[in-house]
Design a protein around this ligand. Sequence first.
Ligand code: 5RP
Length: 219
Amino acid sequence: MSQDKLKEAVAWAALHYIYPGAIVGIGSGSTVMYFIEALNTIKHKIDGSVSSSKESTIRLKDLSIPIFDPNEVDKVDVYVDSADEINSQMQMIKGGGGALTSEKIIAAMSKKFICIVDSSKQVDILGRFPLPIEVIPMARTYVARKLIQLGGLPEYRQNIITDNGNIILDVHNLLIYDPIKMEKTINNLPGVVTVGLFAIQMADVVLISTINGIKTVVK
Ligand code: 5RP
């Protein structure tokens, strides 16, 4: 089965967690695009959605799925998003698409985070996927130097300005043995807006698409 088919299958499996009247948080990326297609089939049952990226918003609007500004809602019932890597503690690297700050905000607002991945995203130790960090432009070289001191090799993501007007550093060669400590350390660097480590708040449910079907892991 192709990776795309695995993504599609797991995206449809996430519908099981969406209930009538729910406000659904929508992540970003190709797996989430399949989820939006699936959500379209039950859009009249939900109250609406909250979107984490311009791309997801465009697709939600195309399908006339109602969208709320995050400031208009007091909570999000279920957040559905994918990841670039996930470990057995349900901690993740996210931000390959550059929308990590909005994703973290919506994840924090949500009662339940459902992570939908294909099995290629599972790792023992986070960090083979370069860790994305959103940084205020004037802090770029300062933060990069600090990341080198932490053992990483930061690379400036060229020609990308985030939805918040910032830049992204992708950190290579950083094997993350203590994700919570690393998330706190990087979060504390002046100029860092968001680190794409989702370890302090991990997923509540992980749906993993395999050639033998969908595996569910619950916190
Ligand atoms: C975007 C993300 C995505 O969830 C992650 O990049 C996975 O993307 P895809 O579903 O395309 O494999 O964190 O910022």
